[in-house]
Design a protein around this ligand. Structure first.
Ligand SMILES: *Cc1c(COP(=O)(O)O)cnc(C)c1O
Length: 493
């Protein structure tokens, strides 16, 4: 039996299905496998399609589940109508290879996992004979919200509530969410930033008032954020896939090392990549890219994670994050799975606003990761330059990765082939991208059509006509009202 336990040592082991359904450990930690990460021979995956690769990965974590069922879930998730035949295509852009994780129905990489998670959740409920309803909570910096809403809309036995910072997402991201249809969805803007939203959502899981409301109404809570292990596991697949695509394209021979570069916020994407490396992807190291909220850059350089700093709203809002949840899982691995030490570090972050990693753990972290960030000005310069030189449109987040890679290559003269993870369509941030390309300033729909005109590149269909859709969710609350709001939602389900 393979089980999942807490990064903070205080949770009885859970099976795969329970781990998905519960979403977060009962002691406030994150769920992690209690077993060695399974090793898969990537050479055996040559010739597999995306669905099969993704199915292999899931099956490796859930030996108690029928393999065909898991492959079937991946087929439903990545099947036709939802993704192109190559769910995560690889492109060459200058010296860099780019894996586009942006072809799902909400045009951000969150679709890669949130197309799978609702099916896993339904499976988990069925296998455990659960008859309570699950209320999915999600805090979003812009992209998780829409991807989770699309994934869970009208899934029987589930309801979903999304909290977004009402002034902290792009105009297109906001339109995508507030026009969301579905009988089981609720979308609420909050006065506060992503960190406030994520903190309140995590706290809801241990709030006695909400727990009582849940008991009375036959409801339990779960999470669609990357704190849910069901988000992380599907993300491992596209690192295997990227490597296989590099081999197919002749960029490397099977077995040759590559680097990955990952625009990061909550660190779920990059952590999945690191896990893929442990599981058999021949990767050398990871470059973590940030925007001016450069807390991760400082951490990877110094070992000090210091959240006592100014928070910036940037043109790459999905990375406007100071408390990066999945760092906790990385620390757990890097401290040889020392849950007591992780708990102490997390306590320090909560109480004092920072923690410090030293010794072996820091050496290991430095060996596997390096980091950098771009200023807002540099993000726009990078988008403009990449478009002029390669006719390729970067979104504001992917641009952070592209620009950081360019700089580090100049400084360190790197020669290992590198795959950059592209995390969103540029048309989700049309104002910033348009301005970067030609200096023009237009708003949302106007910026989208102008960007199409100027570049001759078509915006993805799901992002067109948003301004004509009916606004269905215009509720806004203060961050202090979130617990009360969640309790009331549980009551009304
Ligand atoms: C969520 C997101 C990120 C950050 O990913 P993490 O897994 O939170 O590190 C980067 N770019 C875009 C466009 C995103 O939506």
């Amino acid at each position: 039996m393979k089980n999942f336990i807490s990064t903070r040592n205080g949770q009885a082991p859970l099976g795969f299905h329970q781990a998905i359904a519960q979403g977060i450990a009962s002691d406030g930690g994150l769920l992690v496998p209690d077993f060695e990460l399974p090793h898969l021979d990537i050479r055996n995956m040559t010739g597999m399609d995306y669905v099969s690769v993704a199915g292999e990965i899931l099956a490796a974590f859930a030996p108690e589940e029928d393999r065909e069922t898991l492959v079937g879930i991946c087929r439903k998730a990545y099947g036709s109508g939802l993704f192109p035949e190559d769910a995560a295509p690889l492109r060459k852009v200058g010296d860099v290879w780019v894996t586009e994780l942006t072809h799902g129905r909400t045009c951000a990489f969150k679709d890669m996992a949130l197309s799978v998670l609702p099916h896993l959740m339904r499976l988990a409920l069925d296998r455990s004979g659960e008859d309570r309803k699950v209320m999915i909570l999600a805090a979003t910096s812009g992209d998780t919200g829409k991807a989770a809403l699309e994934g869970f809309r009208d899934v029987p036995g589930t309801a979903i509530t999304v909290f977004y910072p009402s002034e902290g997402v792009s105009s297109v991201q906001k339109l995508q969410m507030i026009t969301q249809e579905g009988g089981n969805v609720s979308v609420v803007g909050i006065d506060g930033n992503f960190d406030d939203a994520q903190r309140a959502v995590k706290q809801a899981f241990s709030d006695p008032g909400i727990a009582e409301e849940c008991r009375r109404n036959g409801v339990f809570l779960s999470s669609a954020n990357s704190i849910n292990i069901g988000r992380l596991l599907p993300q491992i697949a596209y690192y295997f896939w990227s490597y296989l695509s590099m081999v197919r394209n002749g960029a490397i021979n099977m077995g040759g090392k590559i680097d990955f570069c990952v625009p990061s916020g909550n660190f779920g994407n990059c952590l999945a990549g690191w896990m893929a490396r442990e599981m058999g992807v021949p990767a050398r190291r990871f470059t973590v890219a940030s925007n001016p909220n450069d807390i991760l850059t400082d951490f990877f350089r110094t070992g000090v994670y210091d959240a006592r700093r100014e928070f910036f709203k940037t043109c790459a809002p999905a990375m406007d994050i100071l408390v990066s949840s999945n760092m906790e899982r990385l620390l757990w691995y890097m401290t040889d799975k020392d849950g007591d030490r992780v708990r102490a570090l997390m306590e320090g972050l909560r109480k004092d606003g920072y923690y410090k990693v030293e010794g072996d753990a820091l050496d290991r972290i430095r060996e596997d990761f390096r980091a950098g960030f771009l200023t807002e000005e540099e993000i726009k310069e990078t988008i403009g330059k990449c478009y002029r030189e390669h006719s390729y449109l970067l979104d504001t987040h992917t641009a952070c990765g592209y620009g950081v890679l360019e700089r580090l290559r100049r400084e360190e003269g790197d020669s290992v082939p590198t795959v950059l993870m592209s995390t969103a369509s540029p048309f989700k941030f049309p104002e910033a991208v348009l301005e970067a390309i030609c200096g023009e300033k237009l708003e949302s729909a106007g910026a989208i059509s102008r960007l199409e005109q100027v570049t001759g590149i078509k915006a993805p269909l799901p992002l067109k006509g948003l301004e004509n859709r009916k606004v269905l969710h215009n509720r806004k609350i203060d961050r202090t009202e979130m617990a009360g709001f969640i309790a009331a939602s549980v009551r009304n389900k």
